[in-house]
Design a binder for this molecule. Sequence first.
Ligand SMILES: *[C@@H]1O[C@H](CO)[C@@H](O)[C@H](O)[C@H]1NC(C)=O
Length: 480
Amino acid sequence: WENSEQTFTCFFALFCLFLSDLRGAVEEVLPTLNQQGVRVFILSEDCDVEGIESLSDKIQQASDQPLSPQLRANINLKSPALYIYTSGTTGLPKAAVINHERLWMASFVQAVAGVRSDDIIYVYLPLYHSSGFLMGLCGAIEKGITVVLRRKFSASHFWNDCRKYNVTVIQYIGEIMRYLCNTPKRDNDRDHKVRLALGNGIRADTWTDFLQRFGAIRICECYGATEGNIGFVNYAGKVGAIGKENFLHKMGCPYALIRYDTEKEEPVKDSRGFCIEVPRGETGLLIARIAERSPFIGYAKNSQQTEKKKVRDVFVKGDLYFNSGDLLKIDNEGFVFFQDRIGDTFRWKGENVATTEVADHLLMVDCIKEANVYGVKVPGHEGRIGMAALTLKENMDFDGKAAYQHVKNFLPSYARPRFIRIQDALVVTGTFKQMKVKLGEEGFNPAVIRDPLFYLEDNKGYVPMTQEIFSSIAEGRIRL
Ligand SMILES: *[C@@H]1O[C@H](CO)[C@@H](O)[C@H](O)[C@H]1NC(C)=O
């Protein structure tokens, strides 16, 4: 379900169940659904549309006795439990097959993170993704704990909900923690019972801010992809890390960080054609061996995309690994750090620019609230030049001088965003990841983009972007 876009997909469906807010969308395709023998249900007491049945009344009438085990007689750990649509780092959404084994494994993350049977967990992430559904809801069912379910994340209601329902465990993903830190400070910021935050994608600076502001909450950062066969849990609570190397873990699911060429977008090979493991402290692409105990199930009815996530003949002829698409680093103490997702790095003047690093610097500029950094193509140039979409703090204007001073002091010239685009709100995906590809394609032409644009003029600073500057760049009169 892609609730936000009012579209939906039925995948080998026999049944289609939807909420009333999608009624219009379903009615549009109802004849096709009925024709294909799909029974269509609405989560409501009644429905007067021919071909749509109500479900809520039938739930009320159903027996509350345990179901007969007969019904699941043919289901084992390898049977599909559900499909979750995921981008798999890049490309269009694909249905990742989650079997029962994966579902159980994901639901144990709560136990590893230290969730107790008397905890109350707050789940507000979309249930059509793995964090909210597998780690949050299924984990809570496995532990038998109380769930406070909210339909949609709201930064302004967040802590009130936690107080009202005595929430002790929260989940987070991507930008959520930053959103919370960006809300206006209140006297009762530390008045809550939350003791544990469980999730993925918090950046080190936000981690520190969050603890200072909201009190001693244990943050348990986890790493894993919906369809992946490898995960880490930072049970040690080391700020900034996503996990710690562990001998048993590595025995159970062997993984490696291999040297990766971000320009060619492929692993670096040695003279015999095999991949090269990076030394400690160096960034490499995470790959994990596909084996009986660490299987990669892939995407439903999409062998081509499934195949694309596999790498063969990595260290010896015939071996097989899952390509996570993520660049990680492991330090001398064995702590694992997320560096970048492939695609989150672009190259300019032969140098790699890590978008997250540039964004972190922009966020230090007083007027900037949020930053999304990406690369844009420039006619006549190799690679991509840096551009940033920004949102500004309330009642503040873009302070081009301060921004210029900061990027000049802290970033090498190739990494400084050449173009700035000011937006009212940053576009994020359903799991609050920033969208980069679309913005990159939109480029920096002021005739096309309605948002205010700025251009970094050499030795001068950020100036408003004009059609004349654009033409000069396009025609090569200004060299970037
Ligand atoms: C939260 O805890 C307080 C104090 O223990 C209790 O009085 C209150 O009823 C609880 N609220 C809910 C919604 O359970």
